[in-house]
Design a protein around this ligand. Sequence first.
Ligand SMILES: *Cc1c(COP(=O)(O)O)cnc(C)c1O
Length: 493
Amino acid sequence: MADRPATTLDPDDWDAVRALGHRMLDDMVDHLAGLRTRPVWQPMPPEAREALRQPLPRAPGSLEAAYETLQDAVIPYTAGNPHPGFMGWVQGAGTPVGMLAELIAGALNANVGGRNQAPVELEHQVSHWMAGLFGFPQAARGIFVTGTSIANFMGVVVARTALLGREVRARGLAGDPGHGKLRAYTSSEAHGCIAKAMEMAGLGSDALRRIDVDGDGRMRVDDLRAQVEADRRAGFKPFLLVATAGTVNTGAIDPLPQLADFAREQDLWLHVDGAYAALGMLAPDVAPLLAGIERADSLAFDFHKWGQVPYDAGYFMARDRAHMLDAFAAPAAYLRRAERGLAAGDAWPCDLGPDLSRGFRALKTWLTFQAYGADAIGAAISHTCALARRLCARVQAEPELELLAPVALNVVCFRYAGADAEALDLDRINREIVLALYDEGRVAPSSTELAGRYAIRAAIVNHRTREDDVDALAEAVLRLGRRLSSPNHQESA
Ligand SMILES: *Cc1c(COP(=O)(O)O)cnc(C)c1O
């Protein structure tokens, strides 16, 4: 083996790697095929934690032994979002195709920051698809990022640069004559990462106005108008409107057409946080609810939620890529790209966003669309909404259950209310119901607070979830609620 440097990390024996790799692949296929036979979640036992608390290995170890550690201490103890009973938060389930894509992406180890290579082309292709899906013009461009949190941050940075010009990149906000006067607007139901984006962008979360929502959780356009006008009178500079398409709490979609009209009238940048619901464009029954999204100046969403692409696969898209270049391209670098050879290619992804080195997230997304087809993803999305309607109907039909928010899409917020709600500490009982559900491991919702009340929140995102899973949730909540509110239990609590 004279042709191998002594320090290479490649194996002496490729066949040994191949054999173990085949075993891992078999195990992981079994893992996915057998999800239903295991609990959604189980706590990590102390031995498992202990097994991970080892010093940095200095000497070579055995891959087999490390794999055993993974099997014993890690693989059984994940949060469980691939499991059909997982209804917590808003998390995608992944697919076997996505898993295989990750294998290929790992082998290619492409750095998709730029250069003249097929992975950049493939990412551009996904961008063309998305521009078509969302009705954006030819000039639109999208790029993969970790998640919507970063994509929303990009939205704030792009909007700021569009307003203040590229000079703001050098001068900073302190160099702006209206320094400290910029104001952004979002609803009180917006995701916490919008405020964080304002903080990270140096604008401050105090510069973010949170506009009240109506009974359906949608931003009130009249309140927005009043706030923007009051801010202008007070000498502030409104510049950005962040609409939400699919709130985390209830799945509410802000009135996008009215907000687009208002943004145009007031010369505000319209950014849409469509983290999970924007891909509802793939579902014939959800797409009409998203009308107006095509008028956004920029859009953030995740393929890793309703799109079922494995984590992570967030996406940022602007209707005019020039704004992305203005905000992120190294000065004029994109004009100086080589005309041929390895370093050629027009706008590299690194010119369009904050990352230089970037993984090949486009591959798992592309392969998901190739293998399943966009319509199948859309059908899975429609199915989760149908399951939510089923759960909603069940909750409304059971006198001891109470619906706490309208069901817009795939999120059902409800609680056990018992026969005599006044007499019970419902927040405590419902909190205990959720903890008991986690212990049982059949179904796992999350929780939220709505109008000061603790709510059990079932966010149905998983393409594997079936009718019997949502029925099991309703039945378990009834059973646990009755037990926890029985006089015996009340006294002992
Ligand atoms: C999930 C979510 C986010 C955050 O997205 P990440 O991909 O987790 O960073 C932001 N906004 C909404 C509405 C979400 O549902």
